[in-house]
Design a protein around this ligand. Structure first.
Ligand SMILES: NC(=O)c1ccc[n+]([C@@H]2O[C@H](COP(=O)([O-])OP(=O)(O)OC[C@H]3O[C@@H](n4cnc5c(N)ncnc54)[C@H](OP(=O)(O)O)[C@@H]3O)[C@@H](O)[C@H]2O)c1
Length: 357
């Protein structure tokens, strides 16, 4: 299906960090028109009053309370909200013919019980979980073409799953190549990954010139990463350790991912494997052998850059992956997904380079 008129977009939760990033990206998208944006706390406020960065682009738009906003006039509604919001509004919107793209976790996990255990709430529409498609274009493109609901991949999971994609598919085709019990993802995220909220641990004096891990007891992205890696590798036994860290930067995720060959002498050409797998993926850039990708090389862009190493030629593979958590990790990937769902050019509104410095 291709659209002759502009796609009408609604955004629930447009005052937050992923919400305003959606607004920024959609102002550069030639085939969309943002019609409805919501906020409970700032209902009635003009979007340009809150975000002067959007003056000259969205001058007539005001935040509406979510329950009063006319979201049913839209072709697609993005939920840039905490988990639990999209699932409470999904059925009504779907019945009205509106597609849903949720940046939260309501539609990522396939198993209802796993969702309830990790997110401490009952799922409001478990019958829709089977239909929802995981929002990750590079792995779910065909399914997304026909999807009514996309449950967008999380920010950390995007860097880890795409970082491991060539290895997981190789394992699927050559079972037993890698040790699937000892995968480690050591990931670091800038502070905007925590959203726009007042939290003493996130204030400048606590964050600046400081660095630490968190979530070792169990981070909510872990079941999602395991679900997807099992799917990609066709291995039900796969397990992994995920260690997130908070970086004293605003944007950016850097994941260092460790995978062992089962056979130390395996001659697999990793560089070639990665280059071939991503040759047709515009937004995934495999750097030359020996590279160390930097978070600033993707800041503000929808690119994910990767490097694959095998230090000293031993049995340990080290993958380095960087992305902007708010773009490829959230709003950019959501727009890329929308492009697929509406039969548009996947790059539409998204093909710009990173900001340096
Ligand atoms: N930040 C990232 O890097 C990132 C990356 C990937 C995915 N995500 C996910 O994307 C979602 C949004 O993240 P964010 O960082 O943009 O959060 P945020 O900055 O805290 O913004 C949340 C937005 O949701 C609205 N909201 C909160 N509770 C609501 C409710 N019950 N009903 C309707 N609206 C509500 C807020 O406005 P009002 O309170 O005024 O309504 C605000 O506009 C989260 O699920 C997050 O996990 C975030």
């Amino acid at each position: 299906m291709t659209h002759k008129t502009k796609i009408k977009v609604g955004i629930v939760g447009a005052t937050g960090y992923t919400g305003v990033e959606l607004l920024r990206i959609l102002t550069m998208h030639p085939q969309t028109e943002v019609c409805v944006i919501t906020s409970r706390k700032d209902a009635g406020v003009a979007v340009t009053e809150m975000f002067p960065s959007l003056r000259g682009f969205l001058d007539d738009l005001r935040f509406a309370p979510p329950q009063e906003a006319d979201l049913k006039q839209c072709d697609v509604v993005f939920f840039a909200t905490p988990h639990g919001v999209a699932m409470s509004m999904a059925r009504d919107l779907l019945d009205a013919g509106v597609k849903i793209i949720d940046l939260a976790a309501d539609f990522r996990l396939k198993d209802e019980e796993t969702f309830s255990r990790w997110y401490k709430m009952k799922h409001a529409c478990p019958d829709l979980l089977a239909e929802a498609v995981y929002g990750q274009p590079e792995t779910m493109r065909q399914q997304l073409k026909f999807a009514r609901i996309a449950g967008m991949a999380g920010c950390y999971p995007t860097s880890i799953e795409l970082g491991l994609l060539p290895l997981m598919e190789y394992e699927r085709d050559h079972p037993g190549t890698f040790d699937l019990q000892t995968i480690i993802a050591d990931s670091k995220s800038g502070i905007s990954g925590s959203g726009k909220k007042a939290d003493v641990s996130l204030i400048a004096a606590e964050m600046t010139d400081n660095f630490h891990a968190y979530g070792l007891k169990g981070h909510r992205h872990q079941p999602e990463i395991i679900q997807q890696l099992r799917l990609l590798s066709s291995s039900r036994n796969l397990d992994m350790t995920f260690v997130p860290h908070l970086l004293p930067t605003i944007r950016g995720i850097h994941s260092t991912i460790y995978v062992r060959f089962k056979d130390a002498g395996n001659p697999l050409d990793l560089q070639r494997l990665y280059e071939e797998r991503f040759a047709d993926e515009y937004f995934v850039d495999v750097l030359p052998a020996g590279s160390h990708p930097e978070t600033r090389s993707v800041r503000g862009s929808n690119f994910l850059r990767l490097a694959v190493h095998r230090p000293a030629g031993k049995d340990l593979i080290v993958v380095l992956a960087v992305e902007d958590n708010l773009v490829k990790g959230a709003a950019g990937q959501a727009v890329q997904t929308m492009n697929i769902m509406f039969g548009l050019d996947e790059k539409s509104g998204l093909a710009w380079p990173a900001l340096i410095p």
